[in-house]
Design a protein around this ligand. Structure first.
Ligand code: ATP
Ligand code: MG
Length: 251
C-alpha cells in the first residue's frame, strides 16, 4: 500500500499539486485520471521520489519516503517497477538485454539464473522468439510487453505506469491493460497507472483517483464513476467519449 499525505508540489512559485491525499491499495490497479496538464505525471514522479515534494509525505507500507536515507532509498528502488510514457527501452540493446538490465544492475545472479528469470518474464508477457530482436524491429505493443517484462524482472512490490497505452490502438491497449491487471493480482503488487483512457477506466479501474488542476476532485471505482455528480469529472468523461466517437467516425 502506498499513501500520499497532503502532497503539495510547486516548481518555483507555480503550484502543480495541491494537498493531495490518497491511498493506493495492494493487489489492485489504482488509476490516476485527469485531463492533460492536470498533474498526473508530476504526481506519479512525486510518489516514486523522482520529484521532491514541496510539502506532505509519501508512505510505502508505512515507510516514509522522506525519512529514508540514501541506502534505504536505493533498496526501495529495487522494489519498484516503472513503465514510463513511451516504452523507454534501450534502443541499442536487444529485447533480452533490456529485460536482463535490472538483473545485471541490482543482483548477484549467475548468468544462468539471469537467463532463466529473463525468459520467465518474457514468457509471462507472452513474448516468445523475440529475445534477439532490437526494439526497432518489433511493434509498439510488443515494445510495451518488453517494458512490462523489464519492470517485473526484480519482482517488484510496487509498479508505476505512466500512460501505458499511449500510441497503441484500442485493442492492443486492452491487451496491455489486462496484462498489467493480471500481473498486479498475481503478484499482489501495488500498481498505480496514469491514464486518460476511458476504456482503461472501465476495464481495470479497481480504484480511481480523479485529479483536476492539481487537486483531487473525486475517488471511487469503475462501478460508481458513471453515477457521480461532479461537473469536472462529468466533463472529463464526456470529453473522452466525444473524443472516441470522433476517432471512430474518422476511421
Ligand atoms: N519540471 C517542471 N517544471 C515546471 N512545471 C512543470 C514541470 N513538470 C510539469 N510541470 C507542469 O505541471 C503541470 C502538470 O503536468 P503533468 O505533466 O503532470 O500533466 P499530466 O496530467 O501528466 O498531462 P498529460 O496527460 O499530458 O501527460 C503542467 O502545467 C506542467 O507544465
Ligand atoms: Mg503525463
Amino acid at each position: 500500500m502506498i499513501e500520499a499525505i497532503n502532497v503539495m508540489k510547486a516548481f518555483d512559485d507555480k503550484v502543480v499539486l495541491k494537498d493531495i491525499s490518497a491511498v493506493f491499495e495492494k493487489g489492485q490497479t489504482n488509476l490516476i485520471i485527469g485531463q492533460s496538464g492536470s498533474g498526473k505525471t508530476v504526481l506519479l514522479k512525486s510518489l516514486v521520489g523522482l520529484h521532491n515534494v514541496t510539502s506532505g509525505d509519501i508512505l510505502y507500507d508505512g515507510r516514509s519516503l522522506l525519512g529514508l536515507n540514501t541506502k534505504q532509498k536505493k533498496l526501495l528502488r529495487q522494489e519498484i517497477g516503472m513503465l514510463f510514457q513511451g516504452s523507454a527501452l534501450f534502443d541499442s540493446m536487444t529485447v533480452e538485454e533490456n529485460v536482463r538490465f535490472p538483473l545485471d544492475m541490482f543482483t548477484n545472479m549467475s548468468d544462468e539464473e539471469k537467463r532463466d528469470r529473463t525468459n520467465f518474464c518474457l514468457d509471462r508477457v507472452k513474448l516468445e522468439n523475440a529475445n534477439s530482436k532490437l526494439p526497432s524491429e518489433i511493434s509498439g505493443g510488443m515494445q510495451k510487453r518488453v517494458a512490462i517484462a523489464r519492470a517485473i524482472a526484480l519482482n517488484p512490490k510496487y509498479l508505476f505506469c505512466d500512460e501505458p497505452n499511449s500510441g497503441l490502438d484500442p485493442r492492443t491497449s486492452i491487451v496491455i491493460d489486462e496484462l498489467i491487471h493480471e500481473i498486479t493480482v498475481e503478484y499482489d503488487i501495488t500498481t498505480i497507472v496514469n491514464t486518460h483512457d476511458m476504456n482503461s477506466v472501465m476495464g481495470i479501474g479497481d480504484k480511481i483517483i480523479f485529479i483536476f488542476e492539481g487537486e483531487k476532485y473525486w475517488e471511487g471505482n469503475k462501478d460508481d464513476i458513471f453515477h457521480v455528480q461532479n461537473k469536472q469529472l462529468e466533463d472529463f468523461i464526456f470529453a473522452s467519449k466525444m473524443f472516441r466517437k470522433i476517432k471512430e467516425a474518422n476511421k
